[in-house]
Design a protein around this ligand. Structure first.
Ligand code: NAI
Length: 399
């Protein structure tokens, strides 16, 4: 196992507990030549966002069985090339849900109290001790746009603080607690004291929040965006904040973000006292890192020990029961006609009964799992016969 970029100790612990002792760990991403050398030996590789697993890198990884992206995104991996090599990729898209939700709630409270401006004033030597424009969140209405993993968590915590929660989603969603689905986005905007955005980046959400939506919000209401930078028309938001149409905003994500910590950050919102600006850290906590480590390690172990590919990002998904009492043969192949019958022929021609068989395909790839109980010698022969089938990418036997 090759774990790069300082992947959390929780992952290494999970592998060690499961009996995987040959683990090579590196604190940083490796230079390309060293990466290629290490990949040549690895059965499983774990990376974060800096290691580029492109087609060239993957061509060195002849033994590779699975990739763990110990982060949210998988842009750093050539998913199609991994798939062509029969290698599933796992990530942890929801491990930082709670971290984002906590930040949003904190920002809602700070905005309702006018703390961003008061904080800025104090730093400049000013003093404006006054209750004017300062409110509790209890009894106020929070409007959640996008009632998914994060949106629902925000709603649950907001209700615990005594807030009324309304939400808008394009899918029909079960309301948690006393949350209520708004009749429309406009109704939500017109009712809410604070609006928080939790939609994904899609063609439909690109710039979905601009001058018309701001004009529909209550005068003096607050906007929080910790979703994606492209969702909000940032110039329209800056105008509304400058004019006092909106009371304040908290923004964690931007249409253009610096590449790295050494690069300068620029935004029309810079310098505005009523705005909380954060550098895309909504999900960045040590707890989220630990959760990511545990979640991706669990998915890799499940694939390695059991064959399940549930939630793989580039692979047909198969959820499998335990296989006590039988061997499990895994066969990954190009999705071409005749492979399944050839697989069955390998077993039937040797008179070996199949206890269970699972098949998932997508247009490019087929993944067949066969439970059977041959003796150890036969199992080896079966695997060799399976590997000879035209179109085979990878085979494995779990004893
Ligand atoms: P999710 O997929 O669980 O939920 C998104 C919800 O938005 C779904 O219920 C979906 O039906 C809904 N939706 C999609 N299009 C919509 C539309 N046009 N109008 C209304 N609702 C719509 O996603 P999750 O995990 O809750 O993440 C939400 C956002 O937060 C994503 O954009 C994600 O990239 C971002 N995020 C930001 C982080 C940060 O550090 N600031 C960390 C983690 C996630």
């Amino acid at each position: 196992m090759l774990l790069l970029e300082g992947i959390s100790q929780t992952a290494a612990d999970a592998f060690a507990t499961a009996g995987y002792s040959d683990i090579r760990r590196f604190e940083k991403a490796l230079p390309v030549a060293e990466l290629h050398r290490e990949l040549a030996e690895a059965h499983i590789v774990g990376i974060r966002s800096r290691t580029q697993l492109d087609a060239e890198a993957l061509s060195h990884a002849r033994r590779l069985m699975a990739i763990g992206a110990f982060c949210i995104g998988t842009n750093q991996i050539d998913l199609a090339a991994a798939k062509r090599a029969g290698v599933p990729v796992f990530n942890a898209p929801y491990s930082n849900t709670r971290s984002v939700a906590e930040l949003v709630i904190a920002e809602a409270i700070l905005l309702m109290r006018g703390i961003p401006a008061k904080n800025a004033q104090c730093h400049r030597g000013g003093w404006s001790k006054s209750a004017a424009g300062s409110h509790e969140v209890r009894g106020k209405t929070l409007g959640i746009v996008g009632y998914g993993h994060i949106g629902t968590q925000v709603g649950v915590i907001a209700e615990a603080l005594g807030m009324h929660v309304v939400y808008h989603d394009i899918e029909s969603k079960l309301a948690l607690g006393n949350a209520r689905s708004a009749a429309s986005l406009d109704e939500l905007l017109a009712r809410s004291d604070i609006v928080t955005l939790h939609v994904p980046e899609t063609p439909a959400t690109r710039m979905m929040f601009g001058a018309p939506q701001i004009a529909t919000m209550k005068p003096g209401a607050h906007l929080i965006n910790a979703s994606r930078g492209t969702v909000v028309d940032i110039d329209a938001l800056a105008r509304a904040l400058h004019d006092g149409r909106l009371g304040g905003a908290a923004v964690d994500v931007f249409p253009v973000e610096p590449e790295g910590n050494a690069d300068a950050f620029q935004s029309p919102l810079c310098g505005m006292d009523n705005v909380i600006l954060t550098p895309h850290v909504g999900g960045s906590t040590l707890e989220a890192q630990a959760n990511i480590g545990a979640e991706v390690a669990a998915k890799l172990l499940r694939y390695s020990d059991n064959g399940s590919t549930l939630s793989a990002v580039n692979f047909p998904e198969v959820t499998l029961p335990e296989h006590a009492g039988s061997n499990r043969f895994l066969h990954i192949h190009r999705n071409v006609p005749g492979v399944l019958s050839a697989i069955n022929e390998v077993f039937s021609s040797r008179g070996i009964n199949i206890d269970g068989q699972y098949l998932r395909t997508d247009p490019d790839l087929g993944y067949v799992v066969i439970d059977a109980a041959p003796d150890r010698e036969q199992a080896g022969q079966l695997r060799e016969a399976l590997a000879r089938i035209e179109g085979t990418l990878r085979t494995r036997v779990l004893y």
